[in-house]
Design a protein around this ligand. Structure first.
Ligand SMILES: Nc1ncnc2c1ncn2[C@@H]1O[C@H](COP(=O)(O)OP(=O)(O)OP(=O)(O)O)[C@@H](O)[C@H]1O
Length: 743
């Protein structure tokens, strides 16, 4: 992510403006957009060939840029732009403290009847803003809409009558004697968020972000409920008025939007905050959600997700690039990622939906009902709703590295509520990259040909390099898995709150009884599981291990009785059963151990699969060693119908799997099946034959290209799934309480 060149974003930021003593200096400068005309047509031609939608948006932006003049990061030269002076005025700034800017009207002048200008406040893309007082002494801000935009006043009354604590009040829209439009609005003495962010380049503290964002959300929600899309949300239009967040400029963008529907194609909004569909002329409320996603990212990190040297580059990134949100903590990361979806339909469909995972709830009038979750308990979940993404809450510990941006620091008693608490950094980085990859893949939806070509290339690459890739991956897994297990155990011991604390917390939330949904029950139970002491966990695990050993023996005896009923019982006929039993018992014990570590949260499936693949590689090595020790035939006929000559020679020797093949086989088996679901105490059924069948079928599928002797492979897979479910603890969801008392 990049920091936007904000010194260029606002045409005349208070600090950038310089007096123009020389009249030539005050002439409007050629914006770089115009200056780069020579370059841009070529880009457009290329772009048009590549993607007509992008070309349309870039063209639209250029057109808007020429019509609107410099008003954005990429368009506006640093401190060069000076608005065209009024014939009878070339004034110094009107306030002694204000930085120097050139305003058209001097202090004391009354271009608009009944209002006397006191001083210039700032100059934006659409005009100059003044602090003025009415005849009766009311302090107001006057915005002179400077360009000859065809400001459509129809429907303005709707915006004028909007009232909300998080909206800058619009009082009137008037025309002066020169038929120039003026917006009369509430004067805000506090800074806008652009200024706030410029003072905190690394972003704001999380509680500040939440305060600002809750106010922003409430204001935008009210606009949307009133049928108004802001279209120009950005930090410069959001004010912090003595602790109260207020959104400005909504009326103006509404007016301009009205005229735009009449056929003009100017684009409004600064490029950093512009949703991709604006290029297609779509101005739904999703563009505000998108801009809010950008703003949230900027508030947290001080950087916008998409930046570039030119407007063109920024637009291209909005259209095609994936934001790098790896340094932002959940739930912010997920909220931003969803809001920045290229497809508007995939974004949250309302402001309330967007901010809910952050613990901000809006009532039906767009007021903040609750912000900053004081407890880790998610907002009440209605059966129709998605479960909220809970905040990542980390207990501050001396000597610990600072948490990712946006991590909520809270009291120890709430630490267990984090779904991805203590996520291993490598796993997190990998997950972040894979999530990005998945999003990028989704963005290629409309290019099936490209997807197919990429898939073929990827498969070819993997196949060509299997010889060294598999051993390398196995090696990495062998090192990583023990480290991961030890880390999880250490973190688990360090961060667990007591069960009593967890219980106390849920009691504290008690309000009125109501039916408890399955999701709520799962969340509550998951919290309880997270609050378990390590000793309890270890006791449960050792019990499960003993039962697993016993169950494996019983199941093997049953299998042996069936399989050996017509066969002589010799060491050779018993050996495969012994190997299968040993494999099932080993796999079950390892998986039960992993399940214990993972029962605390829903977890990240991808990271878990990767860890399990590593475990699988180790089990594969065990099976290989054991089969050699027991002198079991693993090649030739043992592989059944597989054409031996087609087996890759670097993986098979004389038709028997080498160590690498065995490790790869089990790594795939472990990674492909969601084994932790078999040990999850909150699984739907104690024993699901479906889960057993899935394991067997996956094993059969893998055997088609990486064969191992069958039916032993399938017995190992199915047996492990069965033993796991029979021995792992289970909470019957049907026995959950019928009602719940909570917030
Ligand atoms: N109601 C207001 N009260 C106090 N200051 C205001 C008010 N409205 C705008 N300003 C200030 O006036 C300056 C110019 O604002 P304006 O909205 O015209 O431009 P902008 O937001 O910087 O850019 P754009 O017009 O492109 O949205 C900014 O510094 C802004 O903070």
């Amino acid at each position: 992510m990049n920091k936007p060149p904000h010194d260029r974003t606002v045409a005349m930021s208070r600090s950038d403006a310089q007096p123009a003593d020389n009249p030539q200096d005050s002439a409007p400068q050629t914006p770089p957009a115009a200056a780069s005309k020579d370059r841009e047509p070529n880009n457009h031609a290329q772009l048009k060939r590549d993607n007509p939608v992008m070309a349309a948006l870039a063209g639209t932006l250029d057109k808007g840029r020429r019509l609107l003049g410099p008003r954005s990061a990429a368009d506006t030269p640093t401190s060069d732009h000076v608005p065209t002076p009024h014939p009878d005025a070339s004034h110094e700034p009107l306030s002694a403290n204000a930085p120097k800017m050139h305003f058209t009207y001097a202090s004391g002048s009354s271009p608009l009847a009944r209002y006397t200008i006191r001083r210039g406040v700032g100059i934006g893309g659409f005009g100059e803003v003044y602090f003025a007082v009415s005849e009766a002494g009311k302090e107001v801000a006057l915005k002179r809409v400077q360009r000859n935009l065809d400001v459509e006043l129809r429907g303005v009354s709707h915006c004028l009558n909007l009232k909300h604590p998080n909206l800058v009040s619009l009082f009137d829209v008037c025309r002066d004697d020169e038929d120039q439009a003026w917006v009369v609005m509430e004067y805000i003495a506090g800074p806008n968020l652009r200024e706030v962010l410029d003072r905190s380049p690394g972003g704001l503290p999380t509680d500040e972000v939440l305060r600002c964002f809750a106010g922003l959300a409430a204001g935008v929600a009210h606009l949307h409920d009133s049928g108004v899309v802001h279209r120009d949300l950005k930090p410069g239009n959001i004010f912090d008025d003595a602790g109260s967040i207020k959104i400005g400029d909504y009326g103006l963008s509404k007016f301009i939007s009205c005229s735009r529907r009449g056929g003009h194609t100017e684009s409004i909004g600064t490029f950093h905050y512009m949703a991709p569909e604006i290029g297609r002329g779509e101005y739904g409320r999703e563009i505000d959600i998108y801009a809010m996603g950008v703003i949230l990212c900027e508030l947290l990190t001080g950087r916008v997700p998409f930046d570039g040297e030119s407007s063109h580059e920024i637009v291209m990134k909005h259209l095609t690039a994936l934001p790098d949100l790896s340094d932002i903590a959940a739930p912010f990361r997920d909220v931003i990622a969803r809001s920045l979806e290229k497809d508007p339909q995939r974004r949250p469909q309302s402001v309330a939906e967007m901010v809910r995972p952050l613990g901000i709830q809006l009532d039906s009038y767009g007021f903040v009902a609750r912000s900053v979750p004081a407890t880790p308990v998610p907002p009440p979940v209605s059966p129709a709703d998605e479960p909220p993404i809970k905040a990542k809450i980390v207990r501050p510990t001396a000597g610990q590295p600072s948490p990712p941006v946006g991590t909520m620091i809270d009291s120890p008693r709430v630490a267990h509520a984090s779904p991805d608490r203590g996520e291993e950094p490598l796993a997190r980085a990998l997950r972040g990259s894979l999530t990005d990859l998945a999003r990028w893949w989704k963005s290629l939806e409309s290019y099936p040909g490209t997807r197919l070509a990429l898939m073929i290339m990827a498969i070819a690459l993997v196949m060509i390099n299997t010889g060294w890739l598999l051993p390398l991956l196995s090696l990495v897994a062998i090192v990583y898995v023990p480290y991961y297990i030890v880390r999880q155990m250490v973190l688990g011991i360090r961060r667990q709150p007591s069960y009593a604390e967890a219980h106390q917390m849920s009691v504290a939330r008690a309000r009125t009884p109501r039916p408890v949904t399955l999701k709520e029950w799962r969340v509550a139970k998951r919290n309880e599981l997270g609050a378990k002491r390590s000793l309890t966990r270890m006791t449960e695990l050792s019990g499960a291990w003993t039962t697993a050993g016993f169950t494996t023996v019983v199941l093997t005896l049953i299998a042996g009785l069936i399989g050996l009923r017509d066969t002589d019982i010799t060491a050779l006929t018993i050996a495969p059963y012994a190997l299968t039993a040993a494999t099932v018992a080993t796999a079950a014990m390892v998986l039960l151990g992993m399940g214990k570590l993972w029962e605390r949260d829903e977890g990240e499936p991808l990271a878990r699969r990767l860890v399990l693949s590593g475990v699988g590689a180790i089990i594969g090595a065990f099976v290989y060693a054991a089969s050699h020790y027991l002198l079991l035939p693993t090649g030739g006929e043992a592989l059944g119908s597989h054409a031996l000559e087609h087996l890759p020679q670097n993986l098979y020797h004389d038709g028997a799997p080498r160590l690498v093949a065995m490790m790869a086989h089990f790594a795939l088996l472990m990674g492909a099946v969601g084994w932790w679901k078999n040990t999850d105490p909150l699984r739907t059924r104690r024993v699901s034959l479906w889960a057993v069948a899935v394991a067997v079928v996956v094993e059969w599928g893998i055997s088609q290209f990486l064969p191992i002797p069958q039916p032993w492979g399938m017995l190992m897979a199915g047996g492990t799934a069965l033993v796991l479910q029979m021995t792992a603890p289970w909470e019957n969801p049907r026995q959950r309480p019928k009602t719940i008392v909570n917030a």
